[in-house]
Design a protein around this ligand. Structure first.
Ligand SMILES: [Zn+2]
Length: 111
């Protein structure tokens, strides 16, 4: 950005709000936000879990992806976290349902 002209402050506020919205809507870059897993971490076979709320797409928790936009948590869930190891406060990022509303999919991934 090389725009040095000071725009009206209202415009700046609007742009700031838009930027914040985009930051929320867009998956965070794994490089920037995720606590990095140890380089030599061994892969494990972990099961995907699916939200049972019919309003969901459905959302599937994929341990190879983690949940970098974890809602209700002040930290992202990095890849490699088994569903069982998710914090109790973790919730479906789509419908906000708690962990107990999830069921195993029978689909396993290397994570
Ligand atoms: Zn859900």
């Amino acid at each position: 950005m090389t725009n040095l002209s000071p725009g009206p402050s209202r415009r700046r506020l609007l742009l700031g709000a838009l930027a914040a919205l985009f930051a929320l809507a867009r998956p965070r870059s794994a490089h920037a936000a995720a606590p990095t897993a140890p380089a030599g971490r061994a892969l494990q076979r972990l099961e995907k879990w699916e939200c049972t709320n019919k309003q969901c797409e459905p959302y599937v928790y994929d341990p190879s992806r983690g949940d970098l936009n974890a809602v209700d948590l002040d930290h992202p869930i990095p890849p490699g976290v088994a569903f069982a190891d998710l914090p109790d406060g973790w919730r479906c990022p789509i419908c906000n349902d708690p962990k107990k509303d999830f069921v195993p999919t029978g689909d396993w991934v290397e994570a």
